[in-house]
Design a protein around this ligand. Structure first.
Ligand SMILES: C[S@@+](CC[C@H](N)C(=O)[O-])C[C@H]1O[C@@H](n2cnc3c(N)ncnc32)[C@H](O)[C@@H]1O
Length: 229
């Protein structure tokens, strides 16, 4: 019989070795329920959801060697650009019932899908149909958080996360910014765009901890981990 090997790479985040393949995975908070047709694995009485790095930039960054991740059980997260919840569902598994996520998106369709398929079952996510450029519009619902995750694919993506950090990020908090270089300028080299967005974060008082190029999982994207210095 072939035995699976499970290795917890970060609290709540696993690598499962099974039949010669390695899957990134999280413990399913909603047993038996899938979010984006991911594979489910039943191992020693626990159910794991495979985390597809081609569908989730945070998953890609972990596979590509992210060294620290400011998301673990009990973490509170403000998620900008939550869409229909693919990545958010894994964050929901990780922070579990002891943490919480406030998920902002300004498009009605993905928020509707998020509510129907994800937040109906996962009580640790609050969906918010709002524009992340207007953080005061949701300041009554959102408390100070440990981590802000931003994946809005907008030309002013760094400024959006800074605006939100000023209102909602705890002093010791972290931000994770996904930079989509083509949203800023399609004609420029992605590395130039990453450097310019990172400079905007530094000028706002953040220190940069890690930068991960997401190629080949997401071309022309980088993930930046930063903290208030
Ligand atoms: C690349 S998708 C996010 C994918 C998602 N993070 C995931 O990994 O599952 C970008 C999302 O950001 C949203 N968005 C873009 N600009 C926004 C803004 N100013 N305020 C709120 N949401 C925004 C879009 O509607 C879209 O759903």
């Amino acid at each position: 019989m072939i035995k699976e090997v499970i290795h917890e790479v970060f609290p709540g985040i696993f690598k499962i070795h099974i039949k010669g393949e390695v899957f990134l995975a999280t413990l399913n908070l909603t047993r038996g329920r899938k979010v984006y047709n991911e594979q489910l694995f039943e191992i020693e009485g626990k159910e794991y959801r495979s985390w597809n790095p081609t569908r989730s930039k945070l998953g890609a960054a972990i596979i590509k060697g992210l060294k620290t991740i400011p998301i673990k059980p009990k973490t509170t997260v403000l998620y900008l650009g939550v869409a229909s919840g693919t990545t958010c569902s894994h964050i929901s598994d990780i922070v579990n019932e002891t943490g919480h996520i406030w998920g902002v998106d300004f498009s009605e369709r993905p928020i509707r899908d998020l509510i129907e398929n994800v937040t109906r079952y996962r009580k640790n996510i609050t969906p918010l149909l709002n524009d992340a450029r207007q953080p005061r519009s949701y300041s009554i619902q959102v408390p100070m958080v440990d981590t802000i995750y931003a994946d809005v694919a907008q030309p002013d993506q760094a400024l959006i996360v800074i605006k939100n950090a000023k209102l909602f990020l705890k002093k010791s908090g972290s931000i994770i910014l996904v930079i989509k270089s083509r949203s800023v300028d399609v004609s420029k080299n992605p590395n130039e765009i990453y450097a310019s967005q990172i400079q905007i974060l530094k000028d706002a008082g953040f220190s940069i901890k890690e930068v991960i190029d997401l190629d080949p999982y997401e071309k022309d994207h980088a993930l930046v981990l930063a903290k208030f210095s």
